[in-house]
Design a protein around this ligand. Sequence first.
Ligand code: ADP
Ligand code: MG
Length: 737
Amino acid sequence: MTAKATPASGAGKAASPGKKKPAARKTAPATLQGRLAKLGLKSRFDLVLHLPLRYEDETRITPVAELVDGAFAQVEGEIAEATIQYRPRRTLIVKLVEPGGALHLRFLNFYGSQVKQLTEGKRLLVSGEARTGFFGAEMIHPRYREVETGAPLPASLTPVYPATAGLGQATLRRVVVGAIASAEKDGQLTDTAPRGASARLGLMPFAEAIHALHFPAPGAGPATLDRNAHPAWRRMKFDELLAQQLSLQSAYRARRLESAPRLAPGPVPSGEPLQERLLAALPFALTGAQRRVQGEIGRDLEAPHPMRRLLQGDVGSGKTIVAALAACRAIDCGYQAVFMAPTEILAEQHYRKLTHWLEPLGVRIAWLSGSLKKRDKAAAAQRIADGAAQLAIGTHALFQDSVSFDKLGLVIVDEQHRFGVGQRLALTHKGAHAEPDQVETLATPPLPNGMEQGQALAQKAGGLVPHQLMMSATPIPRTLAMTFYADLDVSVIDEMPPGRTPVKTKLVADTRRDEVVARILEACGAGRQVYWVCPLIEESETLQLKTAVETHERLTAMLPGLTVGLVHGRQKPAEKAAAMAQFVAGATDVLVATTVIEVGVDVPNASLMVVEHAERFGLSQLHQLRGRVGRGEDESVCILLYQHPLSENARQRLKVMFESTDGFEIARADLQLRGPGEFLGTAQSGVPLLRFADLEADVELIEQARDCATQMLDGADPLAAAHLARWLGSRESYLMT
Ligand code: ADP
Ligand code: MG
């Protein structure tokens, strides 16, 4: 039996040695309340909704001869022998016999009191996972208690709750039962979803579902409470999804009540609108998809309430020009726009591109870079503050530092996914209990980073909230868009600019590096450029840096006729910018880089990318990296170097990369391989996502919950607030990450 079952077990009077470990005692909070809080259980309803992970069948006794390897079972017998053995390590072995056979109990951690208790002739009821060991059937660290012959067994399954150190099953059961009883007494277990919807969808009443899950019916086997099939689970999943939908949809509606500058097309002082002039000056025509999303954004900008739109498009689909066109509209209407990027390299690139496009049209642009001298930075900030600059470009960090705007109308955030949903929706914790109007505050995600400040400043200036356009190259699978992004409007560029040849991907074992060098020589001989991406070393940034520097030295030695550049995250901004500028200008043939080039960098002449230790990268990261090539007309190649042995998951990732260049398909595979928590970048934040519903399996329920939430909000159904209070309760940010 594994450690997992030991500390989490320990029912009734059962002794559970794992629980008494000093280490566990040291880390566990001192009070019961503290320990419950560690599981996120603060309110009564948190306890009511603390649903069992699984069930154990203590309703029957299994004869030793019928034990199944790895399965939970309960055995009753008499102690025939108890000995302490010292090899391989100190172990208490208790031989339990029953008429049909013998079962050995092994205790690796035990106390003197147990040795005294577990003596020959005692009758025990033991339960745990059976396995076949050295002596035959055995259980490691089973739960046990002394019993009389023929003592009655429980009539129903025993729920097993998610537990934590110092908080065992017995205590959890007690507090959960107490919470349910008191909620019931106060008439609080009523349905908070509309009756009509529940009837139409054939949902089990809430109270009935709570009973079914916490107190399984006598005679029900563990399989009858299957999470994916039982109507009680379906009710819970629906209610959870309904709460999420109510919360996000009400955030969406709340935003419609705010005021934003109306950025409508109209007569402009210069005669012809900037948008038209920019389009006329471009060396290319917009794709159909670009025109469509330009229209969607344009309509939002005209509205009197703030836009909050996510512009999605695969790497290279041409999001930047769409953003630039939106900025043109704001500027024509006499407002400022700000364009923020997650890295200095990317911000610099946008600055160059937008300057190239817009300065000839007379647009005044301010560049806020970390590498600017203090005096220049202050001057740029001044131009932004007094309105001399119409467009400001830089990294988020720069806009966070006390930059104020004269008249901010539009905020553009590039590569939004780099910040993760966690940051987008990091909620401010307000009070313990959500009142209806507080629920909306809770549900309104603050703006990422600098935007929050931009908004505050703009509000101070004119009482208007600026529009926001967020861009992301990480496609959001449909189920995620319907759930975690339900508070946003989404536009998708689903078409690539013409003349692109898909990147060819090659998987090459690390042992065949020579071939890779030959390819580099070939590409550079034809006047093309190469990216060499160094491996991700998660444990150590220093080590990652060392590898990059060493790779640079090695490649410089191996490629005598070529210029090899280096760019990594630890360089000073100016150094980084210089290395990038050289590569953009074509002065560098091969650019050795860490993942700093992952996002957005656009050098069409680069046609070969080598990724070392590709097996260490995540799928979306590989897709982003690969998107750096294939931006010109010639065919590009991406070589994924990998080292054996490959984990199954790594093999899957490489296979997906080899087989697909479609960002949506890759994102779907990524979501499947990593799960929503990792995918959304919230796994580390510790904030639970949906606890019960499953995005893949419950698509139909998601749709039903979405429609139900819309109807409730349309009809101002008072149940909405009650439902949110129940499900959000004391959780600051349960539904949104
Ligand atoms: P991403 O969506 O990844 O941010 P970019 O905006 O950097 O993509 O665009 C990639 C490249 O394609 C840029 O060089 C851009 O100028 C170019 N581009 C954008 N739209 C078109 C188009 N309609 N036709 C041709 N090239 C385009
Ligand atoms: Mg981009």
